[in-house]
Design a protein around this ligand. Sequence first.
Ligand SMILES: Nc1ncnc2c1ncn2[C@@H]1O[C@H](COP(=O)(O)OP(=O)(O)OP(=O)(O)O)[C@@H](O)[C@H]1O
Ligand SMILES: [Mg+2]
Length: 417
Amino acid sequence: MVSEPGPIAGESLKPAELYKKLQKAFTPHQPISLPELLAGRLDLIHRVTDAINTDDLHVVIYGDRGTGKTSIARVVAYLVQEPSSTNGRRCVLISCTADDTFTTIWRKVGQEILLSQRQFGFLQQETRQIVGRLELDSAVISPSDARLFLESIQNEMVIVIDEFDRIHNQETRALMADTIKYFSDHSVRTTLVFVGVGKTLSDLLHEHLSVTRNIAQVLVNPMEMKVLAQIIQNGCKFSGLTFEMELDTEIAKLSQGYPHYTHLMGLWAGRKAIEDGRLQIMNEDLNQAIPDALRNAAGGLQEQYERAVDSGNRTAIFKEVLLACALARKDSLGRFSVVALQEPLNLITGKNYTTGAYQAHLGRFCESIRGPILERSGNPKSYRWNFLNPQLIPFVVLQGVSQKMIQPSRIPPLQRA
Ligand SMILES: Nc1ncnc2c1ncn2[C@@H]1O[C@H](COP(=O)(O)OP(=O)(O)OP(=O)(O)O)[C@@H](O)[C@H]1O
Ligand SMILES: [Mg+2]
């Protein structure tokens, strides 16, 4: 609950206005749409833009949950539109739900186009109307229907199909892959951009070799520390706040690669400062903001955490081992070995555990009774573990800080070999 803040010393902006600006700058529950608030990712933006500017090439943006895929797609959509030209390029963005089919996806695209023709498009630019009489009379059931449907529009189109991983219907995925091939073979002036959670391209699209040639594959990895710190710098600049030295890197480190947490901490720590009548965010604001950030983290993580560490035994070290898993050095796929846990576990507990003392815990974390929260791969001599939901990594780290299991200054940044 936010208490009524006092006036801000030496500032004409009222606290209510500051809260509003802060809320615009830090958006833990919303993708970024404005280039000025996007930190890093320029290389990926260029790759997507280049693909859009290349004939017969389509795009798949994929990666772990919460790494910033939709933000990239939205900013690209903003950048590649040509609103000042009547027949210029236009973008529409739709999101899939689990029960969508090939036909309903195209129906959504049609509705989005009609909406933008009534000038209520998501970017709300008056001049970006899509030109043409849309043929929406019959259902789109094949790639050639989709082509005919798009030919009724005069503008070159970029169609972003987000949350594509939600679709489990293999026929829909296969038809979409066929559409890419068909559009490329027939030089249709539309670029399809698929966005979704997945470790590989085939997690998203039904992969035929002949299609991969026509796809620019853009993998979105967790963010580097300096980019996460930039989110705090940009957000503070945007909202007219400053921060105590090194608070940006502190928040970046706690975020462990996931910008959702950077936004959560920026927002809640900023609120604490304003509440206290200050324009500078202090370390103490961050300490106070961590419980709020945990309570407001997306995706039912509290429940998953409680379930994983639940124990009636006071001497059980599930919490400590899970925190050590979160802090362990990982490979590029987020996997860690049993040995990698030793150093962080000893740091957390102040004891000298050998691998035999905690290996069984890893096995328990892979059982359904504890989630499962981890999964195991490899063979007995070189087992590797990884978090099934990588967004739990910063959550577990923040729990560790909040429960005073570890001091923030001792947390290593996200370590990927
Ligand atoms: N480059 C960026 N700069 C600043 N903030 C970002 C950036 N990328 C993502 N974010 C922020 O991180 C959070 C997650 O972003 P986004 O929704 O784009 O991720 P996603 O990968 O699409 O997530 P999901 O897998 O849940 O669909 C949001 O709060 C968003 O504002
Ligand atoms: Mg998304």
